[in-house]
Design a protein around this ligand. Structure first.
Ligand SMILES: Cc1cc2nc3c(=O)[nH]c(=O)nc-3n(C[C@H](O)[C@H](O)[C@H](O)COP(=O)(O)OP(=O)(O)OC[C@H]3O[C@@H](n4cnc5c(N)ncnc54)[C@H](O)[C@@H]3O)c2cc1C
Length: 549
């Protein structure tokens, strides 16, 4: 979307009719605010939603060194962005610029507006998504300031965590940013204290873990001490689909995610074979939209909240989280997918996030603009990465072990690669060694046909060589196949852990009431569409099981 279009979607004015219907809602309150009075402050959680009836409301960014007005809402316009949906802390202050009259809706009333007035709800949701997109554009909003070197693994981890969770932030590169020394001085920090994250003008986190950062920014939602109908472990396509269907069908639904919504799909810059997106969609955008959709129906998402263990109490599943936290649920959906396989090459580990990457998004591409890069792998994910990177860097060398790309990659991608002048496909190649001083500098490859060696000078190698299931946290009661994927379906009626007189449902595991969907499931098709389909199907079996209970 062009910036002008984005701006008009982000700041629409509700019509007289929409305002009249809003005013008529029983939960809408009409309120007056005096000039200078605050409607909400940065950091406030579960903020009310405001529509300006008369006067002006300004939204002010207080996260940089000086205050900065982001927008002034006029009559018919409304406050809020994605944080309003998720209940996470507000990113800015809202202040009455002059005496103003507003319609005010509590979070509960706001949810009713979205679900009972779909036309107004659509305008508001589209505006929220567009506003978050604008806030993430460089120079628009300061947000948390990440100070750190481009060659530091922790700086990369922090930036990756914020970017994947769609949190707006500013990165000050120790090597390149002109303002970095002044900011370090102002915060009383030296280079040795980095990476650091400045929150506002005074608060500093030194090399925070993802969990500390999430807690400080209020990204991690409070877990209620209640019994959920459905807990979903993993917010990839399968988990997010289950959250949308579960919550929209009235199930009390919680999603636990260890890193960021989107899963493996979040690592793709162009998914072209997912139904309904003829021009393709980035995994990040798909995940962002699905997260808003799940929130809209009332699902809770807690990130980062890795499930580290599972036990059973009577008919309930009890998930164990870090810090001795537990969550109890009637039904559990295991949707923890699969994780990238590490390259088994000498010296590889020390270059992770310092030249060796397992995703190709703008975050990684930023580190190698103008260079020659290597992509390893012969599947669709490697093909997509090569095509995306070819538009960002000088040259891409695509390294495959076999002798023919079309044996493992979809023909549309093979065709695109053939047509891209700056992609060189190097067949029959294997990586022998990687070297560099602190950061990747050269990759030595060798032909598995002729033994001939070749050295690529490159600051970045992108690896897409398959994935292994994330099931090490599951107990023996959940049967797995020889490769560690979760088994499901009627054949498990023979399992020693299955002890009731009916066959397991199609997506049910060897434990009643525990289901599995997506890439984590034995025999699944590794596609976004099938993961989404299975997530949706699993909810149907949850209903069947709840009836039985
Ligand atoms: C780069 C790339 C490009 C791709 N492109 C396409 C494409 O164009 N078209 C297509 O159809 N498919 C594509 N795929 C495949 C597709 O992305 C996967 O099949 C799909 O994402 C599987 O979804 P899932 O929800 O089952 O699992 P995943 O996507 O693996 O998601 C699992 C989620 O669970 C979380 N998790 C793991 N363990 C825990 C835990 N213990 N507690 C809590 N959370 C946990 C993970 O962090 C992750 O977010 C691509 C894959 C990759 C890697």
């Amino acid at each position: 979307m062009q910036n002008n279009d984005l701006h008009s979607v982000a700041f629409p004015r509700l019509s007289e009719e929409e305002l009249a219907s809003l005013a008529g809602c029983p939960l809408t309150v009409l309120k007056q605010y005096k000039a200078g009075e605050k409607l909400f402050r940065v950091g406030d959680c579960d903020c009310n939603f405001f529509v300006v009836k008369s006067g002006e409301i300004e939204i002010v960014d207080e996260s940089g060194d000086t205050s900065h007005v982001l927008v002034v809402h006029q009559p018919g316009e409304f406050t809020g962005e994605i944080a309003q949906m998720t209940g996470s802390p507000s990113l800015a202050d809202a202040i009455a610029r002059r005496d103003s009259e507003v319609y005010e809706l509590s979070p509960e009333a706001f949810r009713q507006l979205l679900n009972h007035h779909p036309e107004t709800g659509d305008i508001v949701l589209q505006a929220f998504i567009a506003r978050r997109q604008l806030l993430r554009e460089p120079g628009t909003f300061t947000g948390p300031r990440v100070i750190g070197s481009r060659y530091s693994q922790d700086t990369f981890r922090i930036r990756e965590f914020l970017a994947k969770n769609l949190a707006p932030f500013t990165w000050l590169d120790l090597e390149n940013s002109p303002d970095v020394n002044a900011l370090l001085k102002q915060l009383g920090l030296g280079e040795a204290d980095t990476p650091a994250v400045a929150l506002g003008r005074k608060r500093v986190l030194r090399n925070p873990s993802n969990r500390e950062l999430a807690d400080a920014l209020g990204l991690r939602q409070r877990l209620e001490q209640t019994v959920y109908d459905l807990v979903v472990a993993g917010a990839g396509p399968a988990g997010l689909a289950a959250a949308v269907y579960g919550a929209s069908e009235g199930l009390r639904t919680l999603v636990l995610e260890q890193a960021a919504p989107g899963g493996q799909a979040g690592r793709s810059m162009r998914i072209e074979n997912y139904l309904g997106f003829p021009t393709g969609i980035t995994g990040g955008e798909l995940a962002g939209r699905a997260t808003v959709q799940a929130n809209k129906f009332g699902a809770r998402l807690s990130i980062p909240s890795p499930a580290i263990g599972l036990t059973f109490e009577n008919l309930y599943s009890v998930l164990h989280l870090e810090g001795n936290e537990t969550v109890t649920t009637r039904c559990l959906l295991i949707a923890t997918g699969a994780d990238y396989r590490l390259l088994q090459v000498e010296g590889c580990e020390k270059f992770e996030c310092r030249g060796v990457y397992y995703a190709a998004t703008p975050l990684e591409a930023q580190m190698c603009i103008g260079s020659e890069v290597a992509v390893v792998g012969g599947g669709n994910s490697a093909g997509q990465a090569a095509v995306f990177l070819a538009g960002q860097v000088r040259k891409v060398c695509l390294l495959i072990r076999g002798d023919d790309l079309s044996k493992s990659m979809s023909s549309y991608l093979v065709h695109r690669i053939e047509q891209t002048a700056n992609i060189e496909v190097i067949c029959n190649s294997e990586i022998r060694r990687m070297s560099g001083d602190g950061h990747l500098d050269t990759v030595e490859i060798v032909s598995n046909k002729t033994g001939e060696a070749r050295t690529l000078k490159t600051p970045a190698l992108f690896s897409f060589i398959g994935a292994t299931p994330r099931t090490d946290w599951l107990p023996v009661e959940i049967e797995k196949d020889a490769k560690g994927f979760v088994r499901t379906g009627p054949s498990l009626a023979q399992s020693p852990h299955w002890n009731i007189p009916r066959d397991p449902f199609l997506l049910e595991t060897s434990r009643r009431g525990v289901f599995a969907a997506g890439d984590v499931r034995s025999g699944s098709i590794k596609r976004v569409g099938s993961a989404v389909g299975e997530g949706a199907m699993a909810v149907q079996f949850v209903h069947e099981y709840m009836k039985e209970m």
